[in-house]
Design a protein around this ligand. Structure first.
Ligand SMILES: Cc1cc2nc3c(=O)[nH]c(=O)nc-3n(C[C@H](O)[C@H](O)[C@H](O)COP(=O)(O)OP(=O)(O)OC[C@H]3O[C@@H](n4cnc5c(N)ncnc54)[C@H](O)[C@@H]3O)c2cc1C
Length: 464
């Protein structure tokens, strides 16, 4: 066999499974069709770490709760930003109060501790700046915010450093059952393996049982992303719940930004989202919005299908708004199954550490100056909105599974996400990428093969 385990799809689940399996003596590869891993983590991922209180389904609740409780250790180990901000669900009508009370009872029945029904006066003790009218609130200190893309990268970097292979730009076309394993056919290769973990939505020739999870999606969600936190509002995530189950959610992001997510039945426009956002944050206006994003609200069940017909074929199916939260629990279950079935031994040389990197926003001036004195590139600002230096961009390219595209640099460093949307720094990023990758600037792509950023050279400009 070419591999013990082939993980199909390099999203957060695929990367986390590769990390979990790299602790054992296994020959693992991740096959990802895109130029980069975790490309499908939406740029406006709301970053929320749920606690199992808000969802209808008991299994999803359990996975959220398990994932939530594992994230302190994982994020601390990988130096991934994570903050337990706590969350408040507020209701301003009797029907909505009833919904909160039912949610509270359900949380208790599910064994979720530290969830409290509160009167407004108790909430104002907790959040003195919260300037909204409501009758009752449900408070959970368990909830938080995490940097999801950074978490996926961390999983992948550690897996890579411990021997997992990542095959990027390779699309799985089919999977066939063979004696004692599987044959995975891609656009470039044919691989054999003992176990397949399929995290892609692809339905291949393998019989897949019970993976029909897509229900008709009837909810729209608009995200209004701001550069800063709303001043004098709340440190906690605040969700206003109405009688129809529609929600308006304020999320203070883990790194500086914040957003309001408006989730409502049916389709609705940006202008309506702004009006609804005002019902939660009274002085909110569209000038506070840096960018917007609109999507369908996904609350599929997540199904981990250990196919009974094909021993060794595990499919993860379903699109859920809390997948990042559930990932540590999902990947633990998958890894345990594989390790037990294959009788794996521990990889004694496994190093459970991510290579260091500098996050200047969290460092003191003295610490920053010390680094600049060693490497002056850390003193050259490339993105002046978000204060990202050349040193950080070079590091994002040279790291394990480093950035090869403009999008890869943006996501890894946060460059271009400021007020100017890259007008000042995008060409500098292209030049740094070209220099580091030994390519011409005109060969640098946005995020995929056919997405060149510069169409051609302008001969009047010396560098371009
Ligand atoms: C707007 C938005 C906000 C969200 N907010 C939150 C939140 O606040 N909290 C939370 O917990 N979760 C949140 N989520 C959920 C979470 O971000 C996603 O569900 C999660 O990233 C999905 O990860 P995945 O690994 O399951 O799938 P994906 O990231 O989709 O990974 C699958 C991978 O498979 C690859 N692939 C597909 N087909 C093939 C093929 N044929 N061959 C090879 N590779 C292939 C894809 O390129 C992709 O990289 C949010 C999602 C969205 C969209």
């Amino acid at each position: 066999m070419d591999y013990d385990v082939l993980v199909l799809g390099g999203g957060i689940i695929g990367c986390s499974v590769a990390y979990g399996l790299s602790k054992y003596n296994l020959n693992i590869a991740v096959i990802e069709k895109d130029y980069d891993i975790a490309d499908d983590i939406s740029l406006v991922n709301t970053e929320v770490v749920f606690d199992g209180t808000e969802c209808e389904d008991d299994l999803i609740s359990k996975l959220e709760h398990m994932g939530n409780s594992m994230l302190d250790e994982i994020t601390a180990k990988f130096n991934v930003p994570f903050k337990r901000t706590g969350s408040l669900r507020v209701a301003d009508s009797d029907v909505a109060v009833k919904i909160l009370e039912q949610t509270y009872e359900r949380a208790k029945r599910r064994g979720i501790n530290n969830v409290y029904l509160m009167e407004p006066s108790e909430v104002y003790d907790l959040e003195p700046n919260l300037n909204i009218d409501f009758k009752k609130a449900l408070y959970s200190p368990n909830t938080g915010v995490v940097a999801p893309y950074d978490l996926a990268l961390a999983y992948a970097e550690v897996a890579f450093d411990n021997g997992a292979t990542f095959k990027l730009e390779e699309k799985v076309l089919d999977i066939k059952k063979i004696v004692n394993g599987f044959k995975v056919i891609t656009n470039k290769n044919k691989f054999t393996c003992k176990v397949v973990v399929n995290t892609t939505p692809g339905e291949y020739n393998i019989i897949e049982k019970n993976t029909e999870v897509n229900e008709i999606n009837t909810r729209d969600i608009h995200y209004l992303i701001m550069n800063d936190k709303v001043k004098n509002f709340s440190k906690s995530i605040v969700t206003k719940v109405d009688e129809e189950g529609d929600t308006i959610k304020y999320i203070p992001g883990v790194i500086g930004t914040s957003l309001i997510a408006v989730n409502k039945k049916g389709t609705f426009k940006f202008s309506e989202a702004i009006n609804l956002a005002n019902k939660l944050v009274y002085d909110f206006n569209k000038d506070m919005v840096n960018s917007i994003y609109h999507d369908k609200f996904n609350d599929d069940l997540i199904i981990i299908d250990d196919n009974e017909h094909y021993d060794g074929y595990i499919k993860v199916a379903g699109n859920n708004y809390a997948t990042v939260t559930m990932t540590p629990a999902i990947s633990n279950m998958i890894c345990e199954t594989i390790v037990n079935n294959l009788g794996c031994s521990l990889n004694k040389s496994f190093v459970d550490k991510r290579r260091d990197y500098y996050r200047f926003k969290e460092m003191s001036n003295n610490e920053i100056n010390e680094i600049i004195s060693v490497d002056p590139r850390y003193g050259k600002m490339v993105c002046i909105c978000n204060l990202i230096s050349e040193g950080e961009i070079v590091d994002s390219i040279r790291r394990p599974l480093g950035a090869r595209t403009v999008e890869g640099v943006k996501r890894r460093t946060g460059a271009t996400f400021g007020k100017c949307h890259g007008a000042h720094c995008i060409d500098k990023i292209i030049y740094i990428l070209a220099r580091e990758l030994n390519k011409k600037p005109t060969e640098i792509v946005e995020d995929s093969k056919n997405s060149k950023v510069l169409a051609s050279r302008i001969k009047e400009f010396e560098k371009m």
